[in-house]
Design a protein around this ligand. Structure first.
Ligand code: SF4
Ligand code: SF4
Length: 87
């Protein structure tokens, strides 16, 4: 018996994050909507960044194995920056 695959939760950083028009610290709707709290907000790691620019923040889905596929994060995101898929 193989373990179940976790849903795939993707954030489009061209819409929200260091390349988008939204600073996630001003929104966080996805984090508030997610009952199992799988998201974190953090400074980008391993990407080209200016360490003294306080606007370089992003949301990442970390604990995707806890995602219950409710799609609340997709519904509340004003930028349509989140997609959730599973098979
Ligand atoms: S689909 Fe639901 S459980 Fe999964 S990340 Fe979005 S809000 Fe959280
Ligand atoms: S809801 Fe959308 S715009 Fe708001 S922080 Fe989450 S990903 Fe960014």
């Amino acid at each position: 018996m193989f373990p179940k695959k976790s849903p795939k939760v993707t954030i489009d950083y061209a819409k929200c994050g260091e390349h988008g028009k939204v600073d996630p610290r001003d929104c966080t709707k996805c984090m508030k909507a997610c009952d199992p709290a799988i998201f974190i907000i953090h400074e980008p790691v391993g990407v080209e960044q200016d360490p003294i620019d306080p606007k370089q923040w992003r949301i990442t889905a970390v604990w995707t194995s806890l995602c219950n596929k409710c799609l609340k994060c997709v519904e509340v995101c004003p930028e349509k920056a989140i997609s959730v898929s599973w098979s």
